[in-house]
Design a protein around this ligand. Sequence first.
Ligand code: ADP
Ligand code: MG
Length: 245
Amino acid sequence: MAVDPLIELRGVNKHFGALHVLQDINLTVGRGEVVVVIGPSGSGKSTLCRTINRLETIESGQIALDGKPLPEEGKGLAQLRAEVGMVFQSFNLFAHKTVLANVSLAQIKVRKRKKDEADKRSRELLERVGLAAHADKYPAQLSGGQQQRVAIARALAMDPKALLFDEPTSALDPEMINEVLEVMQQLARDGMTMVVVTHEMGFARSAANRVVFMADGAVVEDRHPEEFFTAPASDRAKDFLSKIL
Ligand code: ADP
Ligand code: MG
């Protein structure tokens, strides 16, 4: 049991038309915890992530962040998206802005920081993700792995309470996957609360406190990684692992 819950989902349900995409989801992510979500394509992993920062609405149940229900709309929603950062498979950087400007933009617009202050923070974060030398380049001048590290720096610049990662390495060439996973490992060690949808089982084994296995919109297993990988309890998980390991 998580001692200090930061993200809590209780009885969450959602449909897309006839598809029951989230089925009575109960999930708690403790402060500082790293939860890896795995499962077959179409099982609802992305939708689950998107409900946590309200890119998707839900039909029933409750989601709370730091003890408070998620805001419905307006200013609260922008605040929520800053507090729960999201890193996607596609990096979504602004092509016509420099790396530095990409990291500073939302700090100025959402966090209302002065440009100098934002740029200073951006440089610190670019250093942290190993890209200090690339601040004045444009996204197209960087590799995919570097662009994804910029996206992580940009999310961190909001001083989020938690970060959601939806298959952050799936669009990368194999030789770039590790540089992104290493940044994520470091964040985990630094105590960032993270929900990570990934097929990188090495990352799950070494960084996750728990593995959540989803199938057909439901949480089928929620276990310690070592237990999950060595002795999955469900046939669905056994079948899934036999295909990917
Ligand atoms: P995963 O990330 O595990 O692959 P998703 O959460 O993306 O799964 O999708 C779960 C199911 O919901 C899939 O069958 C997908 O086609 C469907 N789905 C996702 N988004 C939408 C949407 N906006 N409208 C209708 N169906 C959707
Ligand atoms: Mg997905």
